[in-house]
Ligand binder design. Structure first.
Ligand code: UD1
Ligand code: CA
Length: 451
């Protein structure tokens, strides 16, 4: 079956009180629009049209980044959801098949629900996605009669009796493309908001004697975000779902509610995640790895058996091989740490490679930035970097090399060599005691002078 997706994303989102277009606000660290695109993509659509309006340029840029096959139709004036869908018409010229309308501000919708909707189309002309709302608030209400969907009434236009209905409209629908545009042509704006409501197509279809049905999904999928409070609720729901999926997949989360996941976090079976760990986008953690408390990971890959943290920060481009140890107060960026290597305490390793089994001593820093450009540090295997070594990049250390504690390495170190660069130590007998006495006298004098 040919399928086209239209994603509505032109609304201002006044109640967000934001300069950012509503659909670009993130849930699980991806714009809400990306969630709609991801769910829709599972229908293998032939065409995707995003209807943008407020902040159309920013939305168009995001769309282009997220899915090159999607096109953007601009709705200059937000005259309502039916008017919005009509703006997609030119982009769908020549298309015939199924049209699925999604909202850019409904980020929790799952692909299998869309599949169920499209399947329900086999026996109905128009399928609406509804849900039982615990608090129906401002949602449109589904007016059912004898098991059939008769019409949708917007909250603003509803009578008290209709407002008592708890079965609500998610906004998502599926219909033959030509038929839907035909129905939309008949939609007027004689209602409380003076808008062209997409929801009116239900009644219009019924008048033509067509069959209309509503299928229901769990409310957790249909949360529409109109305010920061709802954005926070959507985030909470996203996190709850993502945590539950990890638990079901055999990941141990010691305190699930304190672990924050991104839309694309991948964690293998038998990995253990301690409390208060934050995953930014682009993280994969393999089976059996241990991420200890208060660590922050983004854009990185952690292999089997590695141990990270507590209090570690892995930034984009970090690749930890098997059995690597990254300890407390260590920051790693754009660096490959090979199997069994250890960076256990208080270090910064950036734009670097560290060979297998090498040990990076406490307080080591790769000085990768000269104020203008970034440079690489290449450390071979079985290297021992003494505590407080400054590695001034670009610099290379061969296999089995060593640096003495406190060394500032500015030149390459050949394999097996020891680099030592520090002032020789001088011990002055009795000098410490004299110095202390002098300082005490000075302090006493200062005390007398100041009243
Ligand atoms: C809409 C539905 C309501 C449903 C609710 C679910 C209508 C008339 N009402 O109400 O029945 O319960 O969603 O969340 O459809 N948009 C445009 N252009 C416009 C107007 C809206 O692109 O001119 C987009 C918005 O960006 C948003 C979506 O359409 O993504 C829904 O619009 P919104 O104004 O939030 O509709 P609701 O009043 O919430
Ligand atoms: Ca809405």
């Amino acid at each position: 079956m040919n399928i086209a997706l239209v994603i509505l994303a032109a609304g201002k989102g006044t109640r967000m009180n934001s300069d950012i277009p509503k659909v670009l606000h993130p849930v699980g660290q991806a714009p809400m629009l990306a969630h709609a695109l991801r769910a829709g993509a599972e229908l293998n659509p032939d065409r995707i049209v995003v209807v943008a309006g407020h902040g159309a340029e920013a939305v168009a840029r995001a769309v282009h980044e997220l899915d090159e096959s999607a096109t953007v139709a601009v709705q200059n004036e937000q005259l309502g959801t039916a008017h919005a869908v009509a703006q997609a018409r030119p982009a769908l010229r020549g298309f015939s098949g199924e049209l699925v309308v999604l909202y850019g501000d409904t980020p929790l919708l799952q692909a299998d629900t869309l599949q169920r909707m499209v399947a329900a189309r086999a026996s109905h002309d128009l399928v609406i996605l509804g849900f039982e709302a615990a608090d129906p608030g401002r949602y449109g209400r589904l007016v059912m009669r004898d098991g059939e969907l008769e019409r949708i009434v917007e909250h603003k236009d509803a009578t008290d009796e209709e407002r008592a209905i708890t079965l609500c409209n998610s906004g998502i629908l599926s219909c033959d493309c030509d038929l839907l545009f035909d129905l939309i042509d008949e939609v007027g704006n004689d209602n409380a908001a003076g808008e062209y409501y997409l929801t009116d197509v239900v009644e219009l279809a019924r008048r033509r004697g067509l069959s209309v049905t509503a299928i229901a999904c769990d409310e957790s999928q249909t949360l529409g975000v109109n305010s920061r409070a709802e954005l926070a609720a959507a985030e909470a729901a996203f996190q709850a779902r993502a945590r539950a999926e990890l638990l079901a997949n055999g990941v141990t989360l010691l305190a699930p509610d304190t672990v924050y996941l991104a839309f694309d976090t991948v964690i293998g079976r038998d990995a253990v995640i301690e409390p208060n760990v934050i995953f930014g986008p682009g993280v994969t953690v393999e089976s059996g790895a241990l991420i200890r408390a208060f660590s922050h990971l983004e854009g990185c890959h952690v292999s089997r058996g590695a141990i990270v943290g507590p209090f570690a920060r892995l930034r984009p481009g970090t690749e930890l091989a098997e059995e690597v140890r990254v300890g407390n107060f260590v920051e790693i960026k754009n660096a490959v740490i090979d199997a069994g290597a250890k960076v256990n305490h208080l270090s910064y390793v950036g734009d670097a490679s560290v060979g297998a089994r090498s040990n990076i001593g406490a307080g080591t820093i790769t000085c990768n930035y000269d104020g203008v450009m970034k440079h690489r540090t290449e450390i071979g295997s079985d290297v021992f970097i003494g505590s407080d070594t400054m590695l001034v990049a670009p610099v290379k250390l061969g296999d089995g090399a060593m640096t003495a504690t406190g060394t500032v390495v500015t030149r390459d170190v050949e394999p097996g060599a020891l680099a030592i660069a520090r002032a020789p130590q001088l011990n002055k007998p009795g000098r410490a005691r004299k110095l202390m006495d002098m300082l005490r006298v000075k302090k006493a004098r200062l005390k007398k002078e100041t009243p």
